[in-house]
Design a protein. Structure first.
Length: 267
């Protein structure tokens, strides 16, 4: 015969365990989590603030970390949580902090855990970003270079110099293109730039069309190049990628941002 006190204690422990598990399970399922990324450029004279539904990423959020400064690249990266039983559409909104005008507004994806938004704001309006459809046979690299000094055509090429042998490698990405307009080029990595290590050691140069040493922007090398490191160009075996880039020339350097989001890529 079972001992009654021991039986009661075991039963209570079992019920508590079930209750604790149920509560924990409820807590785990109570929130929907989404990784939200915004890339682009704020070409206005005012700072911007981001909000998602009722969540405000204002100056009180991590000491103003999420406030988008004027005339600067956008690099917003946050984890947004919401109740699973939330009713209605959840919308991401970007607002001008001075005029209170809505610069951008778009709903979050209804499913999945990733959300990517691209916003390039120039001359008082959003720049149209209409990338082509993916092509399983190749990759599409897009470039928009903001440069207002002139509209002379330029070339884009990858370059690296082997540190041990001194041998130089170069491959063109696009040729005879103009600033302030979108251009897309088919791209498959050449053997000289098909690994991450090779790309990390490379530079993307912009030179006057038909030349390799006449700098495209401001007749200055520093203003006419960006490091390939961090640009995530396709590697060997990768096809079907569409990767737009926005670049802007300033008096000191050429700045670049990626207008795509492939979270499943391993690098």
């Amino acid at each position: 015969m079972k001992s009654l006190p021991k039986y009661i204690i075991n039963t209570v422990v079992l019920l508590c365990s079930i209750f604790f598990f149920a509560c924990n399970k409820e807590d785990l399922q109570a929130k929907k989590i989404m990784h939200v990324v915004i890339n682009g450029y704020n070409g206005s004279d005012h700072a911007w603030q981001v909000s998602i539904d009722t969540t405000q990423y204002d100056v009180s959020s991590i000491h103003g970390k999420f406030i988008v400064k004027p005339t600067s690249m956008i690099s917003f990266n946050a984890v947004y949580t919401s109740p699973l039983n939330h009713q209605g559409i959840q919308t991401l909104t970007i607002t001008d902090t001075a005029t209170k005008a809505v610069i951008f507004s778009q709903p979050l994806p209804s499913s999945g855990t990733k959300a990517n938004f691209n916003v390039v704001y120039l001359d008082g309006k959003a720049l149209a970003i209409n990338p082509p459809s993916a092509d399983a046979a190749t990759n599409k690299l897009g470039f928009y270079v903001r440069y207002t000094n002139n509209d002379a055509p330029f070339d884009i090429f990858l370059y690296r110099k082997d540190a041990s042998t001194g041998k130089e490698y170069k491959v063109y990405i696009a040729q005879n293109i103009k600033p302030n307009t979108w251009v897309y080029a088919d791209y498959l990595p050449s053997p000289d730039f098909d690994t991450k290590n090779k790309q990390d050691a490379a530079t993307i140069y912009f030179t006057k069309a038909g030349t390799t040493d006449q700098w495209a922007f401001g007749d200055d090398e520093e203003s006419s190049k960006v490091a390939a490191f961090g640009m995530n160009l396709p590697l060997t075996g990768e096809r079907g990628l569409v990767q737009p880039y926005f670049l802007i020339h300033n008096p000191i350097q050429l700045e670049a941002t990626r207008l795509y989001f492939y979270p499943d890529r391993t690098w």
